[in-house]
Design a protein around this ligand. Structure first.
Ligand SMILES: [Zn+2]
Length: 384
């Protein structure tokens, strides 16, 4: 057995921990570059904690998913401000923006040099600015991943800047920050967290350490996502979801994902649909197709046992079969009012192009079995 496991240098989890942000940031210097979403009032106590430590800071607003232009501009401003630490407070887009800004602020030259697919994909040569990640949603796990996803409108794709040095110096996961999230954000980000635990557990790159983490994440998301959706102030459910999201990030960063994320990556750029909503609607149909393909082409596969375990954790029933897990996720999607793909303008005529692109994606390479184009098309049809 051989595996590697990388994560943030320090993970701080717990209710109220984000109010210590000023102390965390001050340990890296006097000047901070704060990246946050459109509404900074939501994170006022965190900004106050920076003031309390007499930090000088610039606030950079990120509205929507980060683009190449946005992170280049952020890196320029961070350099001009002589920032000593980058702090991201927000959802996955804000965390990824800050992570990319921290990397590009210190690494010279053309930003495309460091981008996969559309650029040269060169390794970073200089350590990024220290990066502190404070997620305000429970879903992406971006606080513990080593890549930042940025969109290039010019190329019509999303690509990653990826390097182990981009891992956060501190990930501060405070469930209190998710208490006032609206139900639709709770459901879609939460389904992303669940998917990011199920896909690594059934991926072809799982290891014993990611297994332990993703298994716990599946149990917690299964018991708490609907509760957090029904009552945003259910503290135990919010804590479970914040932790499940962290577990998903730890798992995907050290194992792989699968077909759900292969599709979601492609659909997210072309149709501008929320990532978590795409994962949610695709998850049960992908699980169902994977199980069916494994039963017909790899009946002795360990992955079938894994799908049965997933079902047992989801349902809490020790005798549950893989198919019971599919039924559980379908019912969960219905209870969370997850919309079908056609909501985003996705129609049957688009399927061949989507399948062609998704089949080439890096996430698809982690799927437990290679699905045929017909099988991939059937997943889309079932989710539309
Ligand atoms: Zn995801």
């Amino acid at each position: 057995m051989r595996f590697e496991f990388v994560t943030a240098t320090r993970i701080v989890f717990g209710e109220g921990t984000a109010r210590e942000l000023g102390t965390f940031a001050a340990s890296f210097g006097k000047r901070a570059f704060v990246v946050t979403g459109r509404n900074p009032e939501r994170v006022r106590p965190l900004i106050d904690s920076l003031h309390a430590q007499n930090l000088e800071f610039t606030i950079f607003f990120v509205d929507g998913e980060p683009t190449v232009e946005l992170v280049v501009e952020g890196a320029k401003q961070a350099r001009e401000a002589k920032a000593e630490v980058v702090v991201s407070i927000g959802g996955g887009s804000v965390l990824d923006a800050g992570k990319a800004i921290a990397a590009l602020a210190t690494n010279p030259g053309d930003p495309f040099d460091y981008m996969e697919v559309i650029g040269k994909g060169q390794a970073l040569t200089i350590a990024p600015l220290p990066f502190i990640a404070v997620p305000t949603t429970a879903g992406t796990g971006s606080e513990v991943t080593r890549n930042a996803v940025v969109a290039s409108h010019e190329h019509q794709v999303k690509v990653s800047i990826r390097h182990p040095s981009m891992l956060a110096k501190i990930a501060v996961v405070d469930p209190e920050l998710t208490y006032n999230l609206p139900p639709d954000i709770t459901s879609t980000t939460g389904m992303d967290a669940l998917t990011q635990c199920i896909e690594p557990y059934t991926s072809n790159a799982a290891n014993p350490l990611t297994d332990a983490l993703s298994a716990d994440g599946i149990r917690r998301a299964a018991r708490s996502l609907k509760r957090a959706y029904d009552d945003g102030n259910d503290k135990a459910a919010r804590s479970d979801m914040a932790y499940a999201s962290l577990l998903g990030g730890l798992s995907l960063a050290n194992a792989k994902l699968g077909a759900v994320h292969g599709f979601a990556g492609v659909l997210g750029v072309t149709y501008n649909a929320p990532h978590g909503a795409l994962c949610a609607v695709l998850l049960p149909h992908t699980m169902e197709m994977n199980v069916r393909a494994l039963e017909s082409r790899a009946p002795d596969s360990d992955y079938l046992r894994r799908y049965a375990e997933v079902a047992q954790w989801l349902t809490g029933n020790k005798n549950a079969s893989a198919n019971d897990g599919v039924v559980f996720v379908k019912e969960l999607c219905a209870a969370l009012n997850i919309p079908p793909l056609r909501t985003y303008g996705i129609v049957e005529a688009d399927f061949p192009k989507i399948v062609e692109q998704a089949a080439k994606s890096s996430s698809m390479k982690g799927n437990p079995i290679v699905l045929t184009n017909e099988e991939l098309t059937a997943i889309l049809a079932a989710a539309t």
